[in-house]
Design a binder for this molecule. Sequence first.
Ligand code: DAH
Length: 346
Amino acid sequence: MLEQLEELKLNALKELGAITGIKELGLWRVCYLGKKSELTRILRGLAALPVEERKLSGAQANRVKADLEATLSQKEQALREAQLVVAAEKGRMDVTLPGRPFPVGHLHPITQTIYEVCDIFASLGFQVVEGPEVEWDYYNFEALNIPEEHPARDTMSTSWVDFKTGDGRRPMLLRTHTTSLTARVVESRQPPIRVVEPGKVYRYEASDATHTPMFHQIDGFAVDRGITMADLKGVLYEFARRFFGEERKVRFRCDYFPFVEPGVEMAIECLVCGGSGCRLCGNTGWIEILGAGMTHPKVLQRGGIDPEVYTSFAFGMGIDRLPMLRYGIDDIRLFYSNDTRFLSQF
Ligand code: DAH
């Protein structure tokens, strides 16, 4: 019996030593320690043995059982540890790899342009102000020396808002230019004033490659004692140099706007042909960028600023054309079609 137990133990331990997987441990346990195992059968059969032998064999059988159980649990622990090492090895990551890029949005090219233009004027001492897009006729036209019958109204196809007040004020509209903000600033501040006024403007027009019913402008306005046309030219030259480059030629010519006297238009040398003439500049070599002039005395007076004491210059330009010129975009509608394949390029 003792020999039988010894052999059983040796066999069991040998098999246990060869096991490499946790699952097989379960099978081994059933085979050597389970209810139907040889050891269990021996233990049960002890009762039938003579007393002396029962003592000896019983003690030995219990020792074998305890040995097997202890070795099993050691083996199980060793296998589990090995498994952890393998898993850690498999899942190891290279912490020096760059992270996966997150798809983040960015500013719309028009917004980027507005920020850039505002930054240039801010560095020249101008403050950025904003105002309402739904505007009184008064600020969009009347206060800017454009009375009701003025032909300049026809050039700005106006979207009227169907709303009239009982206090005699004219109806409201969607502002046709950001110059409406100049009319607001002039009556709410005292000189010295230096502001730029970016924003959306609206014209009642069909869309095509160069027109949309909504687009963007930025106006500028400076009021102080002794301001002259030289200040106007100095500021606008500086803007053109910074935005279009040091070498870009700039031209001023006379133009008419009801709210300035004298009025000018500023053009830059064509960005495509450099002045020799092409389709973009209509063979003139020049591209008009903005309107400007010395603020009309009537405009200052209406706002409560004495034109005998103060003088002022003003300017206004379209924003959308700037990135179109810079990047060679030939259809303004691309800015407003929400196509991220286009927008993500900027
Ligand atoms: N408001 C004009 C337009 O939309 C542009 C303009 C011209 C603005 C001359 C000005 C200016 O401030 O002085 O066409």
